[in-house]
Design a protein around this ligand. Structure first.
Ligand SMILES: C[S@@+](CC[C@H](N)C(=O)[O-])C[C@H]1O[C@@H](n2cnc3c(N)ncnc32)[C@H](O)[C@@H]1O
Length: 204
């Protein structure tokens, strides 16, 4: 896998020099987790949030997924280039690139994704409410979400992972790496408690 540095020369993904490779540690660790788990996305409808360079989504395509890469509009040009140089022509129809800002009206996005991916997208507390809403909109009870986060205190991501997400999702930390600085979380949507209560009441 290759990534594109500002010079637009192609550098190997494994080049850890931060000035040439713009992948985050969170992205690399999520890829490492997929490798460790021998993950397959074959036949899965996948969406990646905050794709950046696209490294995680690119791996998901190579592992069989139909991937929608998303990010803010100004990121998309570089991402498209990275996808074009890393995805073989016979898999191009397994990729889609869309602008998706978490504050956007999401009604044009479906809610039937099998998998949602996000690496290093939990770092700015002002975006936590809209990120949470985005995850809620795009997911259903069969969706599996993988998020990797840098848990340095300055990121305050504990508020998101320990307080906000567990109200709506079952959350499990499934992997740690990078001197335990990067945590990978696996989430599934909780059933609506009020609805469950109503169903139980009717059953009684
Ligand atoms: C630290 S980068 C991580 C990029 C990539 N996932 C990786 O790990 O290499 C965070 C990404 O989230 C995107 N992002 C931040 N706030 C966003 C928002 N409100 N809506 C959509 N994307 C956002 C940024 O544009 C950026 O690409």
């Amino acid at each position: 896998i290759y990534v594109v540095p500002p010079s637009r020369q192609v550098h190997p993904f494994l080049n850890k020099e931060p000035k040439t490779a713009h992948n985050t540690l969170g992205g690399l660790v999520l890829c490492e987790y997929f490798e460790k788990e021998k993950m397959s996305f074959t036949g899965k409808k996948v969406i990646e949030l905050g794709s950046g360079t696209g490294i995680v989504g690119i791996l998901a395509v190579l592992l069989g997924g139909n991937v929608t890469f998303t990010d803010q509009t100004f990121i998309l040009k570089k991402m498209k280039y990275n996808i074009s140089v890393n995805i073989p022509p016979w898999l191009t129809n397994h990729t889609k690139v869309c602008a998706l800002s978490w504050d956007d009206d999401l009604s044009c996005f479906p809610t039937d994704y099998d998998v949602i991916l996000g690496s290093d997208i939990v770092y700015s507390s002002s975006s936590y409410p809209s990120l949470l809403q985005t995850l809620q909109h795009l997911s259903n009870h069969s969706t599996t979400i993988y998020i990797s986060s840098d848990v340095r205190p300055v990121n305050e991501c504990n508020v998101f992972h320990a307080e906000m997400l567990p109200k709506h999702f079952h959350c499990e930390r499934v992997h740690q790496s990078g001197n335990n600085r990067i945590h990978v979380y696996k989430l599934t949507k909780k059933h609506n408690c009020k609805l469950q209560g109503a169903v139980l009441a009717i059953g009684l």
